[in-house]
Design a protein around this ligand. Structure first.
Ligand code: IPE
Ligand code: IPE
Ligand code: MG
Length: 246
């Protein structure tokens, strides 16, 4: 990476206006296939892209970067690939937590991560606890995340509160649902990026994307970098967000 010219991100900081960017990091398998490599090589290269983009997000002063790393449907993949992905995740947290912490990053998880292997759960919880008091940007990783599952868990939580007499069903409002979602304390989603040319949300942030701007690129995730993020933010800046007004 030392050979790559480093774009000057500082000039873009005040201009882009995005607080929260989320990325569906897709195309690792196709990146590997193009190179006649095993899929894990694509996932490894995908981790490098995560590092680059997390650094860029900090330099671009995003408040929050949410990365879709493992969906609630990705369990359908062969056990060996699931194990590879979990191994990469474990290694990533172990190797990169110090850098995140030193840079004031708050690490967050969305999704039902408690269903993962117990040793991974405690690693994740330690990492979140260690960075919780930081004041820098939030890096939220979506793990065992599915928007339908997230909304289902929120509905059950609100139903339980209603059954306990804590709230009346007819008083449940949008703010209560926002507060019951995994993203409760994240800023509103501004820009949703998907790499690899697919134009679907694959069960990602369906509620939060209500008025997010969508950006699709053919670039495969392992090729994504600071320049690509800046290009997406430039595009975002040119959008006319009306939120139903005129
Ligand atoms: C994204 O890349 C990573 C995960 C979903 C974990 P893929 O593994 O989906 O790559 P493609 O879509 O097969 O190219
Ligand atoms: C979405 O990618 C999930 C992640 C990027 C973690 P997939 O590769 O699983 O999505 P589909 O199956 O093509 O919709
Ligand atoms: Mg895919």
């Amino acid at each position: 990476m030392a050979s790559q010219a480093k774009p000057d991100l500082s000039s873009a900081v005040p201009a882009h206006g995005a607080r929260h960017v989320a990325i569906i990091m897709d195309g690792n398998g196709r990146w590997a296939k193009k190179r006649l490599l095993p899929r894990i090589a694509g996932h490894r290269a995908g981790v490098e892209a995560v590092r680059r983009v997390a650094r860029a997000a900090r330099e671009l002063q995003l408040e929050c970067l949410t990365l879709y790393a493992f969906s609630s449907e990705n369990w359908k993949r062969p056990a060996s690939e699931v194990a590879d992905l979990m191994g990469l995740l474990r290694h990533f947290i172990q190797s990169d937590l110090d850098e995140f912490h030193a840079n004031g990053v708050r690490l967050r998880i969305i999704g039902d991560y408690r269903a993962l292997d117990p040793s991974l759960v405690s690693l994740i919880e330690d990492a979140m606890a260690r960075t919780a008091a930081n004041s820098g940007p939030i890096i939220a990783i979506a793990l065992n995340y599915g928007a339908q599952d997230e909304m289902l868990r929120a509905a059950r939580m609100l139903a339980a509160r209603a059954a306990a007499g804590e709230i009346a069903a007819q008083d449940i409002g949008v703010a209560d649902i926002n507060a019951a979602l995994d993203t409760a304390d994240l800023p509103p989603l501004d820009l949703l990026i998907r790499t690899s040319g697919e134009q679907r949300l694959s069960n990602f942030m369906l509620w939060q994307a209500a008025y997010a701007e969508l950006y699709f690129t053919d670039m495969l995730w392992p090729d994504f970098d600071a320049k690509a993020l800046m290009k997406a933010l430039d595009c975002f800046r040119s959008r006319d967000r009306r939120f139903g007004g005129r």
